[in-house]
Design a protein around this ligand. Structure first.
Ligand code: CMC
Length: 437
């Protein structure tokens, strides 16, 4: 028996139950023993959006929304954003510790070695319509990679998992950049293994006829920081999908495609794209109050504001604001930033936002930075997906190896009609009932 327990009295029957509390949680299955009149299937907990339900134990990411804390494997995200690279953070998320210099070198070399795509994937991308959304291309092609790597099905072999993790982290930027170049009809630019992860991505996005692409170091670093800030966020919508698909023992390429599909939604990774569209729609600083009024009336949501977990401020948004200054010092000030700053100022002083505890989230400024670097808005959720890939993979692997996990299969509270029958069958049943007397 655990040291801490909860006593529940069922007022329907007057019976009392004692359930253990472990790590601040009761087990929902312990409620099954609570039945009315000793029959039925036992009490369920009803939580349609997992507002207060832990679906796993996890040692990867810690969030305290009230105190605006975000830590990967115990390290504050602010520290990682300032002092480490995205690939080091990816290593940390997957392995649990920061790499030593040798591990770091091997990890970076291995990922660099896997950046190329099978040429048939290029043909697949060619088949998409010219105006296909790059996130749709990413979802389709990352799923298609599972057919190129049937060994990915060996999910319980450590060496296979390691290989697929390397492949996925390495190939996501290549898929993303190829998808972007397809949209503008440019030939695909192959990875340059001399460059950093972020630098190579900029190369694959924008290399034209020059022999060697040289990324701007400020933009390269800004992109790396943004990837770090997106690398994991515990049990968010897409990670929950990654774990759920993984729990059915699907290969990690298929699970990543499913997670990326969840991220595509405008309430999740699609929000940064919506922020830019919203700022464009507002158009000028003097139209900000009118827009906020429409939000207050319930007509619109302010994209890039609010978070399920952070109720004071999103720590990532604060770091991003600083990165935005660095980037705009290189690219030139954006009128959209002025609108965003005014929107933030007006919203934070407004009763509606104060009452609902709505603050800028990670997506509010990230879109402005991406736009300043030169990414088209359609690429914003794709950039989020590249950053989130190590987190998805760390969570997938943790779920797979957790002896307490099984195939994810929630319960439901049935609210439909009781048993009934089609007309002909009803008459026959009634007849049978009569003759039976
Ligand atoms: N603008 C206006 N009102 C809002 C907003 C917003 N952005 N967000 C929440 N509210 C209101 C909402 O109308 C509701 O009001 P009421 O209680 O009066 O009906 C209340 O605040 C609670 O909203 P909710 O939808 O129940 O909150 P949630 O925790 O389910 O939603 C959210 C969180 C992020 C989906 C939501 O805040 C939202 O839609 N924000 C805009 C989209 C966005 O920026 N998403 C990116 C999230 S950060 C990146 C990520 O993790 O994916």
């Amino acid at each position: 028996m655990a040291e801490e327990t909860l006593t529940i009295t069922d007022n329907r029957t007057g019976r009392r139950y004692e359930v253990p509390i472990r790590n601040g949680a009761i087990s929902a299955t312990d409620l099954q023993k609570i039945t009315s009149n000793g029959s039925g299937s036992g009490l369920l907990s009803y939580d349609p959006a997992f507002l207060n339900t832990a679906s796993c134990r996890s040692a990867i990411t810690f969030i305290d929304g009230e105190r605006s804390i975000l830590r990967y494997r115990g390290y504050p995200v602010e520290e990682l954003a300032e002092h480490s690279s995205f690939l080091e953070v990816a290593y940390l998320l997957i392995h649990g510790e920061m790499p030593d210099p040798t591990q770091r070198q091997q990890w970076v070399d291995a990922i660099t070695h896997h950046t190329l795509l099978h040429e048939n994937i290029k043909k697949l991308i060619d088949g998409f319509h010219h105006d296909a959304h790059p996130m749709g291309i990413l979802v389709g092609t990352v799923g298609a990679l599972s057919t190129f790597y049937p060994d990915a099905k060996d999910i319980f072999k450590e060496e296979s998992r390691r290989l697929q993790i390397l492949r996925l982290i390495a190939k996501m930027p290549t898929l993303a950049a190829f998808a972007a170049r397809h949209a503008v009809g440019m030939p695909y630019a192959y990875p340059d293994n001399d460059l950093s992860y972020a630098g190579n991505f900029l190369n694959m996005m924008w290399k034209a006829t020059e022999l060697k692409y040289e990324p701007n170091p400020v933009l390269e670093r800004a992109l790396d920081v943004l990837l770090i800030l997106h690398a994991d966020h515990e049990q968010n919508c897409s990670t929950n999908v990654m774990r759920a698909v993984g729990s059915a023992h699907a290969d990690p390429f298929s699970a990543t495609a499913a997670a990326a599909a969840a991220l595509y939604g405008p309430l999740h990774g699609g929000a940064n794209e919506q922020v830019l569209r919203m700022l464009g729609e507002i158009g000028s600083i003097n139209r900000v109050p009118e827009y906020v009024k429409r939000v207050r009336s319930g007509e619109l949501r302010l994209m890039g504001f609010g978070h399920r977990v952070y109720k004071n401020y999103d720590p990532r948004a604060q770091i991003i604001k600083k990165v935005a200054d660095d980037v705009l010092a290189v690219t030139g000030r954006s009128p959209l930033l002025d609108i965003a700053l005014e929107l933030e100022r007006v919203a934070l002083a407004d009763d509606y936002f104060i009452k609902h505890r709505l603050y800028p989230n990670v997506d509010f400024y990230s879109g402005i930075i991406y736009a300043a670097i030169g990414f088209p808005v359609e690429m914003f959720p794709v950039l989020f997906a590249i950053g989130r890939t190590p987190g998805w993979l760390a969570q997938w692997q943790e779920g797979l190896l957790d002896p307490e996990q099984k195939i994810a299969r929630p319960r439901q509270v049935y609210t439909g009609p009781p048993e009934r029958h089609l007309p002909g069958i009803r008459a026959a049943k009634a007849g049978a009932g009569t003759s039976a007397g």
